[in-house]
Ligand binder design. Structure first.
Ligand SMILES: Nc1ncnc2c1ncn2[C@@H]1O[C@H](COP(=O)(O)OP(=O)(O)O)[C@@H](O)[C@H]1O
Ligand SMILES: [Mg+2]
Length: 258
């Protein structure tokens, strides 16, 4: 097993790996997020849910550092990173995988992975081997140009890159977008294995019921406010879905049938 966190404090007392404390942010004079608080612990998978335009991508931008909050703080492993730039946050182990996955499509799978192995972390082939134990589907595609992989394999490659890059916090925008359900299941199995190694994950997911079944904790954004935050087990899926869809209906007056 991978559990080799010799000196990390375990259990509920540990500081979250990623924390939003009362974050307000937006674009120009438009406020998009209002007083958003989120905690992601080591080994935890948190799903960030909400209708289109709710502010999910904006939340990830604040975390990665490409958008500066107007109020509130963002902490990585207890350290205030609110004012530090994206590349320094990446050095602290924060990795954002954007919608579209951000891989180098014209490079091979192996080249994509090797590029992300830090110089300090020893042999690149060992890092690749570690990644392939979590994403065995990539093994037979190592010499394939990444642009020729299926959508699911590209998503796996994007996460495998983060892993070989020693990311401690992986944020994925639109995990399942455009992928077949079986492929998504495979990706979630890999994400769960990755979480067991102590990585913290904040996942933007379109499919509510999948998120409720696969994640340790759920944050529902509605128009930039946190409408629910907590374990999925406390939720009645039906009423949650209604609530979730209800927010969409509010934004679309045409959908109100007489
Ligand atoms: N670069 C931007 N400039 C101005 N407004 C933006 C920008 N990006 C997103 N927005 C607005 O912010 C709100 C939240 O967007 P976003 O975070 O992308 O939502 P989601 O990812 O939940 O669909 C939307 O109203 C969107 O129009
Ligand atoms: Mg988005």
């Amino acid at each position: 097993m991978f559990a080799d966190d010799s000196d990390s404090g375990s259990g509920s007392g540990a500081a979250p790996l990623l924390e939003f404390a009362g974050v307000t942010a937006g674009y120009g004079s438009t406020t998009v997020l209002r007083n958003v608080s989120i905690h992601v612990q080591a080994g935890e998978i948190v799903a960030l849910l909400g209708p289109n335009g709710a502010g999910k991508t904006t939340t990830l931008r604040c975390a990665s550092g490409t958008l500066r909050p107007s109020m509130g703080r963002i902490l990585v492993d207890g350290r205030d990173v609110t004012k530090i730039p994206p590349h320094r946050r990446a050095e602290l182990g924060l990795c954002l995988i954007p919608e579209g996955r951000g891989i180098f499509r014209s490079l091979t799978v192996a080249e994509n992975l090797r590029l992300f192995v830090p110089r300090s972390s020893g042999s690149p082939s060992q890092a690749l081997d570690r990644a392939l134990t979590i994403f065995p589907a990539l093994q037979s595609r190592l010499n394939e140009v990444a642009g020729r992989l299926s959508g699911g394999q590209q998503q796996m490659l994007s996460v495998a890159r983060a892993y070989v890059g020693n990311a401690k916090i992986i944020m994925l925008d639109e995990v399942s977008l455009g992928l077949a359900p079986l492929v998504v299941d495979e990706i979630y199995r890999a994400l769960a294995t990755l979480a067991e190694t102590g990585v913290a994950m904040l996942l933007v997911e379109q499919y509510v019921s999948r998120a409720l079944h696969m994640c340790d904790s759920v944050v529902l954004l509605r128009k930039g406010d946190v409408a629910y935050s907590g374990p999925p087990t406390n939720l009645d899926e039906q009423s949650f879905l209604l609530d979730y869809l209800g927010a969409d209906f509010e934004e679309d007056p045409d959908s109100h049938a007489g």
